[in-house]
Design a protein around this ligand. Structure first.
Ligand code: PLP
Length: 391
C-alpha cells in the first residue's frame, strides 16, 4: 500500500475516533521509528506510554516467538505455565497480593471498581480527582475527572465523585457513609503530568485507614519503571490496596492487570468476574520478558539518571524561552507546560524527525523509553530548541 492508499482505507473503513497525525510507520527499534518513506524518527513518546522498553525489544520478540510456536491460547478455565510465572513475579515485585489479568487499562480499572463495590457490601461510592484519566468504558469514564470525555454519553453509572487533586480536605468533605474507595494516578498522565504531593498521598492513606476505604492506585501509565521506580507508589512509602497496570506491561502487546492486597483477595470468587483473553500464554510470556529486561538491563537506574538529565536540559530551554511556564516530572514521565497550545510545536518537531506528545492542550508530554541514551537526548533537545526559536 502507498501512504495515500493507507489514508484512504482509514477514511473509508475506520471510525474516525482518533485525532491522527499523517504518519505511516512500518518499523521500530529502540527509540527509533521508520515511516513508509524510510524517514527515521527519534521517538520520545513510544507507544503512547506502552513503549517503556522502546520498540521491538529483542527479548520480548524472542519470548513471543517462542511461545507462539508452542501454544498461542488457552482459556482461563484451564491452567498454563506463563500466567503462573507472571503472577508470581508481579506479586514478588509488589506486595502480598493476588492478580486478575485482563487486556487493557480501562478493563483493569473496571475490575477495580467492581472489586471495590463487591468489597463494599452496599458502600459503593468512589472518589476520584479532577484531571484524572481512568479509561473509556462507562464506569471508568465516570471515574475520569474530565467532562470533555463524558459529553454525550449520559447517563453514566452512578456512584462517582470527583474532587480537587492534591487536596485532602476536599476528599474528607466528599466522604459519606456510602464511600468505599479513593482512586487516583500518583502522576496524572493525560491530565498534564500533575504529581501528587507526598503529604497528599500520606493523607489519603490515613483517611483510608480511618474510614475503612480502599486506596486504588491507577499505575496504568506510571507503572513499570516510568517514574524511575518499578511502581510509582514506591516513591511515597505506601502500598495501595488495589493497583492497576496495563500499557507497558506487555512490551507492546495488550495486557491489563489488577493487583489486590492478599487480605482482601477473597472478595471475588469463581464466576464473579472474567476476561476471555486475560493473561493468555503469549502475552504472559511477553510481560515476563518485560519485567526481566527492566531488571537485567538496569532500566530503573537509567530512567532516574536520564530523567534528571532530560529535565535539566528542558529547564535550560525554559530559561531561553518564556513560552515555557514550567518543566515538571518524575523519572522519565515529564511535562513541559506552555503558555500556548502545543499542537504547532508537535507538528514542527515531526518535520524535524522528533516525536513527542501534547496533552491537556498546553503540556508537552515526553516519556521516552527507559533505555534512552544521553546521546539520543542530546539529539532531541536541539530539535526542540530550534522549534521554540522559530515560534
Ligand atoms: C491509558 C490509561 C488508561 C486506559 O488504558 P486503556 O488501555 O487505553 O484502556 C487508564 N488509566 C491511565 C492512567 C491511563 O494512562
Amino acid at each position: 500500500m502507498t501512504k495515500e492508499e493507507v489514508f484512504d482505507s482509514y477514511k473509508e473503513n475506520i471510525l474516525p475516533t482518533y485525532t491522527k497525525l499523517p504518519l505511516v510507520f512500518v518499523k521500530g527499534k529502540g527509540s527509533r521509528l521508520w515511516d513508509i518513506h524510510s524517514k527515521v524518527y527519534l521517538d520520545l513518546f513510544p507507544g503512547w506510554g506502552v513503549g517503556n522498553l522502546g520498540h521491538c525489544h529483542p527479548k520480548v520478540m524472542q519470548a513471543v516467538r517462542d511461545q507462539v510456536s508452542k501454544l498461542i491460547f488457552i482459556p482461563n478455565n484451564y491452567y498454563h505455565i506463563p500466567q503462573a510465572k507472571l503472577a508470581k513475579e508481579l506479586v514478588r515485585t509488589t506486595y502480598p497480593s493476588k492478580v486478575f489479568f485482563c487486556n487493557s487499562g480501562a478493563e483493569a480499572n473496571e475490575a477495580a471498581i467492581k472489586f471495590a463495590r463487591k468489597f463494599g457490601q452496599g458502600r459503593y461510592e468512589i472518589i476520584s480527582f479532577e484531571n484524572s484519566f481512568h479509561g473509556r468504558t462507562l464506569a471508568t469514564l465516570a471515574a475520569t475527572g474530565q467532562t470533555k470525555y463524558q459529553q454525550g454519553f449520559a447517563p453514566l453509572p452512578e456512584g462517582f465523585k470527583t474532587v480537587k487533586f492534591n487536596d485532602t480536605e476536599a476528599v474528607s468533605k466528599a466522604i459519606t457513609d456510602k464511600t468505599i474507595a479513593i482512586m487516583l494516578e500518583l502522576v496524572q498522565g493525560e491530565g498534564g503530568i500533575n504529581i501528587a504531593s507526598k503529604e497528599f498521598v500520606l493523607g489519603l492513606k490515613k483517611i483510608c485507614e480511618e474510614k475503612k476505604l480502599l486506596l486504588i492506585v491507577d499505575e496504568v501509565q506510571t507503572g513499570l519503571g516510568r517514574t524511575g521506580k518499578l511502581f510509582c507508589y514506591q516513591h511515597y512509602g505506601i502500598t495501595p490496596d488495589i493497583m492497576t497496570l496495563a500499557k507497558s506491561l506487555g512490551g507492546g502487546l495488550p495486557i491489563g492487570a489488577m493487583i489486590v492486597k492478599k487480605e482482601i483477595s477473597d472478595t471475588l470468587g469463581p464466576g464473579m468476574h472474567a476476561s476471555t483473553f486475560g493473561g493468555g500464554p503469549v502475552i504472559s510470556r511477553a510481560a515476563l520478558a518485560v519485567l526481566k529486561v527492566i531488571h537485567k538491563e538496569k532500566m530503573l537506574n537509567n530512567a532516574q539518571k536520564m530523567g534528571e538529565y532530560l529535565i535539566g536540559r528542558l529547564k535550560e530551554l525554559k530559561v531561553k524561552y518564556p513560552v515555557i511556564k514550567e518543566v515538571r516530572g518524575l523519572g522519565l514521565m515529564i511535562g513541559v507546560e506552555l503558555s500556548l497550545p502545543g499542537k504547532k510545536i508537535i507538528e514542527q518537531c515531526i518535520e524535524n524527525g522528533l516525536l513527542i506528545n501534547c496533552t491537556h492542550d498546553t503540556v508537552l508530554r515526553i516519556m521516552p523509553a527507559l533505555n534512552i541514551t544521553k546521546k539520543e537526548i542530546d539529539k532531541a533537545i536541539p530539535i526542540l530548541d530550534q522549534t521554540l526559536r522559530g515560534l
